[in-house]
Design a protein around this ligand. Structure first.
Ligand SMILES: [Zn+2]
Length: 183
């Protein structure tokens, strides 16, 4: 099983290098292993047998000790019942984002962060991301908003060495921003 790197490691606060060969079988194999970790983490029986595993919806390569620009996302769709949001993104780039902000009202969590960091991590409400998606084997453009946009931004942040608590205002963690959407 993959071992999760915790935020005490310097690598989680550093920028990752681009993936030079996004379509290589080695990259696909690593991404599949990362996706499997997420799927297992969402299975209560698996978690019971492996108490150190926490439930996750996204995982970035630096969190498993690979300091390259790639990430996986897997969770049941909020808007379409029975569907899953599933990506294996290589060298993702946010090409546009809304001025309007949003935040998870319950606060964000991270498989690499064990301590509590109460507060709001503000992010763009809508984003467009371009990437190679190894799951579909295509270059894709994703338009996402709300929860889906938060997950994408959280994972892409990892590739730049940014953790969710870096986005919480230290002096006023529950600061209200006008017009921001609570998710
Ligand atoms: Zn995280």
């Amino acid at each position: 099983m993959l071992k999760i790197v915790k935020d005490t490691a310097k690598s989680l606060h550093s920028r990752c290098a681009p993936v030079e060969d996004p379509r290589s079988p080695e990259i696909k194999a690593t991404l599949d292993e990362m996706t499997k970790y997420l799927k297992d983490s969402q299975d209560p029986a698996f978690r019971e047998k492996n108490p150190s595993v926490r439930e996750g919806v996204g995982l970035a390569a630096p969190q498993v000790g690979i300091n390259k620009r790639m990430l996986v996302i897997y969770y049941p769709s909020v808007s379409e019942e029975g569907k899953f949001v599933e990506y294996q993104l290589v060298n993702p780039l946010i090409v546009s984002q809304s001025i309007r902000q949003c935040y998870l009202a319950s606060g964000e969590g991270c498989l690499s962060v064990d301590q509590e960091h109460p507060g709001y991590a503000y992010r763009a409400y809508k984003i467009t991301v371009k990437a190679y998606d190894a799951h579909s084997g295509q270059d894709i453009e994703i338009r996402a908003f709300g929860f889906d946009a938060i997950v994408l931004q959280h994972e892409i942040d990892h590739l730049n060495g940014i953790l969710f608590y870096d986005r919480i205002d230290k002096r006023n963690p529950f600061k209200e921003i006008p017009d921001a959407v609570a998710i």
